[in-house]
Design a binder for this molecule. Structure first.
Ligand code: FAD
Length: 418
């Protein structure tokens, strides 16, 4: 009997969970990703702020599935999908036939119609971006140390973070700690504690998807760290020298983006209906509307929740969807029962001893939430060889206020901060 050929595109949270359910079954699985590693995206901001090294949060895909004969790993970017012939093509020209296709290609930052801003304000979505942000930040302080002009020194020591969702809040807290503690003692001519860290949000409060009490707590905790929080202030322009907000120019050495996300481009390769953010519209069983044997999950899909509203773009949604679909396909069934999302709690960490957790029926904030956040993330890193390394970095950082990964990478230094 010829086993079913299942092609999964994307080895992020959703694709990986789906492939794991199919590992060791009689399905013939091809897992394609443009990277050779699975990335633990929620900790990228810690790479961008020198708390962790890239290898701490990335795990080779081939290593994860090495012992399963039915999983074939392919390094390549999918560039064409032919749903009539049931084939997909990757960038090196290879074509793969499928009986079932699963799309789990995630999302990317959206610059609200201003793609030209990306050059000046990257967001932490890939390891390369996180490393470039780290380089930009650390280079700005090196240049400030050498600057003779006071206005230029001030500009270089101003860091603007755009977007008050979890990414922006986590970045702002981590940058606040970096400047107040880790960098504080190491310069001779500048005092990094006097750096200006600005968090700019277009809406009236931080963390808009959380209850208001947690938004207020996050704002206060950031202000205690020295971060200036600016609410109801949409960014009007970003260029090499800084940002425009409310008709005023803020000169900045580093601008970090954490404002909006849109689905990865793969939806455009399908002749299927897309939502405004580029997400592929799927039914409650994750089947792509209007196509047979094609499924989409995670950030790239727009899935209706129990209340009819789309499910949020979260790792826990992608992972649960991957498990659900993988289990159904392992039984060689088309999933018939609808996917149900079980909210395990939404979280954002603000800094040492400060985090928020929203479990829907109750909320937790402060030290306990921070401890819970750390324990859960250590648990979620199961399978990462260097989990012990991450824990030891965190304990060391906590005790010493240090940041061990303060490396400026030469290849991405280029024209930084100018
Ligand atoms: C900074 C940041 C912090 C976050 N923090 C949290 C958090 O604390 N908790 C939480 O629940 N969620 C968090 N999220 C959201 C979470 O990371 C995403 O919801 C999750 O990664 C989505 O999983 P996915 O499997 O859909 O996509 P991803 O995990 O992004 O994986 C997509 C994969 O597809 C691959 N790919 C893309 N296009 C192609 C192509 N054409 N060909 C081949 N491969 C391709 C990519 O290389 C990638 O490996 C955060 C996101 C960001 C950016």
């Amino acid at each position: 009997m010829i086993s079913r050929r299942i092609v999964i595109v994307g080895a992020g949270f959703g694709g990986l969970a789906c492939a794991k359910e199919l590992a060791g079954t009689d399905a013939d699985v091809t897992l394609i990703d443009r990277r050779n590693y699975h990335l633990f995206v929620p900790l990228l901001y810690q790479v961008a702020t020198a708390a962790l090294s890239p290898a701490d949060i990335a795990r080779p895909i081939r290593r994860i599935f090495g012992r399963y004969r039915n999983i074939h790993t392919v390094l390549g970017e999918v560039t064409a999908i032919d749903t009539a012939a049931k084939t997909i093509r990757v960038d090196d020209g290879h074509t793969f036939p499928y009986d079932v296709l699963v799309l789990a290609t995630g999302s990317q930052y959206s610059y609200f119609g201003h793609p030209e801003w990306q050059r000046f304000a990257e967001g932490p979505r890939t390891l390369d971006e996180a490393r470039r942000i780290r380089t930009r930040l650390l280079t700005a302080f090196e240049r400030a140390e050498a600057a003779d002009d006071a206005a230029e020194r001030d500009r270089l020591m101003t860091i603007v973070i755009v977007g008050g969702g979890p990414t922006g809040v986590e970045m702002a807290g981590a940058v606040g700690e970096l400047t107040r503690h880790a960098l504080a003692r190491d310069f001779r001519h500048i005092d990094p504690r006097r750096a200006h860290v600005l968090l700019i949000e277009a809406g009236p409060r931080l963390l808009p998807s959380f209850p208001k009490s947690l938004s207020d707590y996050a704002k206060q905790a950031l202000e205690r760290l020295g971060v200036t929080v600016m609410l109801s202030q949409p960014v009007q322009n970003i260029d090499a020298g800084g940002v425009m907000i409310g008709g005023k120019r803020v000169a900045a050495g580093t601008v970090v983006w954490g404002a909006g996300v849109q689905a990865s481009n793969i939806g455009r390769l399908l002749k299927a209906e897309l939502a405004r953010g580029g997400q592929i519209l799927v039914d409650t069983n994750l089947a792509v509307r209007g196509l047979s044997d094609v499924y989409a999950l995670g950030d790239v899909a727009l899935t209706p929740g129990d209340d009819g509203r789309p499910l949020p773009a979260l790792a826990q949604v992608a992972k649960q969807q991957g498990e659900y679909l993988g289990r159904a396909l392992a039984e060689s069934n088309v999933p018939v029962t609808p996917f149900r999302f079980h909210n395990r709690g939404d979280t954002a960490v603000i800094g040492r001893n400060a985090a928020v957790f929203d479990f829907g029926r109750f909320q937790v904030k402060g030290y306990f939430a921070w401890l819970l956040w750390a324990l859960i993330h250590v648990y979620l890193l199961v399978g990462f060889e260097n989990r012990l390394g991450v824990v030891s970095h965190w304990v060391w950082n906590y005790l010493t206020y240090e940041r061990g990964a303060r490396l400026i990478m030469e290849e991405s230094r280029g024209e930084q901060n100018s």
